[in-house]
Write a protein that binds this ligand. Structure first.
Ligand code: PLP
Length: 456
């Protein structure tokens, strides 16, 4: 991970001029990353240039094992052919060979439409698609495969809830409690729903506690009433990097707002840690496949089966009907009722391969490694003069994601300068404009890491 070193160089120069320095790679690690001395899968790596002088990376074997599976990580960028350092996995993750091969194999050998044919290819495509549903179901410990609705991503999953559950169950004056930290995907659908309802909804936003840099849970408690019908929040913030205490938040909602349904945006948690919907006890969960080593164009909504079956379809067409006459139609139960038209079959198959890939490392192990990375990233960035890191400090639960601003360099310039060194970070509002406004910034730069990033 060259980012901190590059930034340090940047600020050490004392001006906005960018002075690229060669990355001071630890030879042992470098060799290990390149597979030269990767003996055994549980090697413990000791590094010597941490603030704590010596820090052990118990789980770095994960990155060493993973990196060769991602061809893209060995490419070079810019006209200087510098090696790519990909620190933008919060936006989308890279895809391992196993996923790409599965997609290739699907299109070369199986490609057909699902649920509609008795021929071999159609049966095989249907099995592969439905097996993908089983994979997602057990990955998040759903009660039943019927609780998994494939969508194009988390955005569509949340829109489904707003347009189906929301339109049917919410009326003027009902309250929706969201947080200022939400991604636009969990803000705009509720604002759109409010506009559709004559008289509108009352949307309230949980603020950030300036002391902790996390959601202000006392404020949240004060917003919840018996009129609250929807509570929506992220599991992990894509800007603050904090892990929200979902179970505490859920019990607060159940206590104060027994009529509310809880929707969890798990886009930034499902790829990085074990997520168990039964344990979290939310009502809906949304996630995107492309952030968890899967293809773009696939994600899923999880909801309890009885709840999903109580909701009307929000898109009509083939695949979701029971009977159609010229007078009207009846619908299949979940998940089919929400999957009108030809689904993203290959993408679902690719997502299943991604789940196999992640589980081959173990989600607990990935979480443990990323926890090490998170601490290291934060500690290194904290040492860079002029940087403000958004979100809570180390010690609070953080993921390996840091959004930051610099006192004299615009985030877009930072991102451009880093790109010249091959370092891919994102600059912008990260689809969290209200959060940035709340924090007093228009934009930030963001480094977000995944299992294939090393400390380097
Ligand atoms: N929620 C969060 C926290 C995200 O980070 C993202 C994507 O950046 C989304 C929702 C939307 O995901 P998608 O664009 O894949 O639908």
């Amino acid at each position: 991970m060259r980012l901190p070193i590059s930034l340090f160089t940047l600020t050490a120069a004392g001006t906005t001029a960018f002075v690229p320095l060669p990355a001071s790679r630890s030879t042992a690690l470098s060799a290990a990353v390149n597979g030269e001395s990767a003996k055994g899968s549980t090697a413990e790596v000791t590094t010597k240039n941490d603030s704590s002088s010596t820090k052990k990376f118990h789980y770095e074997y994960i990155a060493r094992k993973a990196r060769p599976h991602f061809d893209i990580l060995s490419r070079t960028v810019t006209d200087k052919d510098v090696p790519l350092i990909y620190l933008d996995s919060g936006a989308t993750s890279q895809k391992p060979g196993a996923v790409l091969e599965k997609l290739d194999d699907y299109y070369k050998r199986v490609n057909s439409n699902v649920h509609r044919g008795a021929h071999t290819l159609s049966r095989e495509a249907t099995s592969a698609y439905e097996e993908a549903r089983d994979k997602v179901s057990s990955f998040i410990n759903a009660h039943s495969r019927n609780e998994i609705v494939f969508t194009s991503g988390a955005t569509e999953a949340i829109n489904l809830v707003a347009q189906s559950y929301g339109r049917t169950n919410l009326k003027a004056g009902d309250e929706v409690v969201l947080t200022v930290a939400e991604h636009h995907a969990n803000l705009v659908p509720w604002q759109m729903l409010s506009q559709e309802i004559d008289g509108g909804l009352t949307i309230k936003y949980v603020r950030i506690d300036p002391e902790t840099g996390c959601l202000d849970l006392k404020h949240m408690e004060s917003l919840l009433t018996e009129k609250t019908k929807i509570v929506g929040f992220q599991h992990v913030s894509n800007v603050l990097g904090c892990i929200n205490p979902v179970k505490d938040m859920v019990s607060m909602v159940r206590d104060k707002s027994p009529n509310a349904k809880i929707i969890l945006d798990a886009c930034q948690s499902v790829p990085h840690m074990p997520v168990d919907v039964q344990e979290l006890d939310v009502d809906f969960l949304a996630a995107s496949g492309h952030k968890m080593c899967g293809p773009t164009g696939i994600g899923f909504l999880w909801g309890r089966e009885d709840l999903l079956n109580s909701m009307p379809p929000w898109k009509g067409g083939g695949e979701m009907i029971d009977q159609v006459t010229l007078e009207g139609s009846t619908y299949l139960p979940s998940p089919s009722r929400f999957e009108a038209g030809t689904p993203a079959i290959a993408q679902a198959v690719g997502l299943a391969a991604a789940i196999d890939y992640l589980t081959s490392f173990g989600m607990k192990e990935i979480e443990a490694y990323e926890h090490e990375l998170a601490e290291y990233l934060y500690d290194q960035m904290k040492q860079v003069p002029g940087l403000t890191i958004l979100g809570p400090p180390n010690g609070k639960q953080r993921v390996a994601l840091c959004a930051f601003t610099h006192e004299s360099i615009h985030p877009s310039d930072l991102s451009t300068f880093l790109d010249m060194e091959g370092v891919a970070v994102r600059a912008g509002h990260h689809c969290c404009q209200p959060l940035h406004q709340e924090l007093g910034f228009s934009h930030s730069a963001r480094a977000s890491l995944y299992l294939y990033n090393t400390k380097e």
